[in-house]
Design a protein around this ligand. Structure first.
Ligand code: OAD
Length: 260
């Protein structure tokens, strides 16, 4: 795979990188995106039926079961070469921040795999803007639940206040976790290179991060299977599957030294 030489040159010297990922980065792990026309979740389901506080108030069981189904699916999948390439990139750049809209926990899983096989231990933030499917909290008092009975016929209840439990994800119409958003904005504003990977770039405020980075002079690189509203504004728009483009890009910019 050939990349523009000026991109490779920028990456070889970069110190501060921020990456924003979306559902496309997990597509090659077997998880569905939201907006791909035939296969996306929102082609089959209506967000207003499943991903709003009103939907949960109307039919909590329907919403709980839909997220339980997605949670079950996530448990069966593994990080793909895109997640692994990003965990590798994190070790090659002195200041690296990963911001994700995904709720699948696959970046953390990839990090554990790469940490296990790498001599270089590296702490870097993985900021979850839209929560995590694996976590559950009370819809009334907000208390996180450590355990709950998945086989229950009804939506499980909070052990503290008896309220209904809900997935700890952000629904349409809800605010993002404040600290996560502040950290993400700061990381976008202070990086030298900003990657937007596998996201359609239409959901705010995540979509504005690339522009915040660009306005502060960062080089913006998009990796996406198809053009998005960001493509024309990005300094480099690399079209292709993240699981193919990212490993090749990391190897091109930071070649693995030959083993002796
Ligand atoms: P989308 O489904 O909107 O966009 C996924 C993007 O990934 C599309 O542009 C695809 O073309 C691209 N894509 C698909 N497969 C790919 C691959 N293998 N490699 C690279 N790109 C690929 O998903 P998001 O942008 O993540 O929010 O959606 C943002 C938010 O909207 C989600 O977090 C979710 C959703 O509603 C909430 O639930 C709050």
């Amino acid at each position: 795979m050939a990349f523009p030489l000026d991109l490779i040159s920028v990456l070889r010297h970069v110190e501060r990188v921020t990456v924003l990922t979306g559902a496309g980065v997990s597509q090659e792990s077997g998880l569905r995106t939201f907006r791909d026309s035939q296969t996306g979740l929102w082609a089959q389901y209506r967000p207003t039926d499943l991903a709003t506080p009103q939907a949960f108030a109307r039919d909590p069981k329907l919403v709980w079961d839909w997220y339980a189904m997605r949670r079950d699916k996530v448990r069966t999948v593994e990080p793909n070469p895109a997640h692994l390439a990003l965990a590798r990139m994190a070790r090659l750049v002195s200041d690296f921040c990963l911001v994700t809209q995904n709720v699948d926990g696959l970046h953390q899983k990839a990090e554990a795999i790469v940490a296990g096989s790498s001599l270089l231990q590296r702490a870097y933030p993985i900021i979850e803007l839209h929560g995590n499917l694996a976590r559950v909290r009370c819809a009334s008092c907000g208390q996180p639940a450590e355990t709950w009975d998945e086989s229950d016929q009804d939506v499980p209840c909070c052990a503290f206040c008896g309220g209904l439990l809900r997935p700890d994800v952000v629904w349409f119409g809800e605010a993002l976790p404040r600290q996560a958003l502040e950290q993400a904005v700061e990381a976008a504003r202070t990086c030298q290179v900003f990657f937007s990977v596998g996201t359609s770039g239409v959901v705010q405020p995540a979509a504005s991060l690339a522009y915040a980075a660009r306005n502060r002079g960062a080089v913006v690189v998009e990796v996406n299977a198809e053009p998005t509203p960001l493509s024309e504004k990005a300094d480099f728009a690399l079209q292709g599957k993240a699981g193919e483009v990212l490993p090749a890009l990391v190897e091109a910019a930071w070649p693995t030294p030959p083993s002796r």
